[in-house]
Design a protein around this ligand. Structure first.
Ligand code: SF4
Length: 178
């Protein structure tokens, strides 16, 4: 069954509907997120289940997985990230075009999880900014979907000027990202 998304708030009359530009852009972005799965271990398997027929992420407009950073706007990091892999993750993030969002799936990606060791990054937010964290070891597909819905909410309501704001620039600079 095809589900038509709700129109954004606006003014409606006979034969016309008017709304603001950022609401239309937000609606389009939120319903056409193109994820790049950066999956390294068990959480990646849960993500595969989320993509499968039972949970079917395609329902949210996100069926188009991209393994090219330049063609995706949602970075999904699922699994243990070693310190050695940190710069690679950052490079992938760098190559994605704005606007982009990051979903951290599971305890390992979010905090290092049970691997409090010399070799594991204690959370990907040490190298890139994260928009939504999904808890769990591993999180169930329902939780991953909940995370995607939260990202959709952010994308839908984001001001078109946010990425040019001094606060956003400052945040990127704190990660040494131009
Ligand atoms: S959070 Fe748990 S399930 Fe996910 S990658 Fe780490 S150890 Fe595996």
């Amino acid at each position: 069954m095809v589900k038509i998304v709700e129109a954004p708030a606006g003014i409606e009359g006979q034969g016309f509907f008017a709304t603001s530009f950022d609401k239309v852009i937000g609606m389009a972005r939120a319903n056409s997120l193109w994820p790049l799965p950066f999956a390294t271990s068990c959480c990646g398997i849960e993500f595969m289940a989320t993509m499968g027929a039972n949970y079917d992420l395609a329902r949210f407009g996100s069926e188009r997985m991209s393994f090219s950073p330049r063609q995706s706007d949602l970075l999904i990091v699922a699994g243990t990230i070693s310190k050695k892999l940190g710069p690679v993750l950052k490079q992938v993030y760098d190559q994605m075009a704005e606007p982009k969002w990051v979903l951290s799936v599971g305890a390992c990606a979010s905090s290092g999880g049970i691997f409090d060791t010399y070799s594991v990054l204690q959370g990907i937010d040490h190298v890139i900014p994260v928009d939504v964290y999904v808890p769990g070891c591993p999180p169930r597909p329902e939780q991953i979907i909940e995370g995607i819905l939260k990202i959709q909410e952010l994308a839908r309501n984001e001001s078109l000027r946010r990425r040019d704001s001094p606060e956003y620039r400052k945040m990127l600079e704190s990660y040494n990202i131009q």
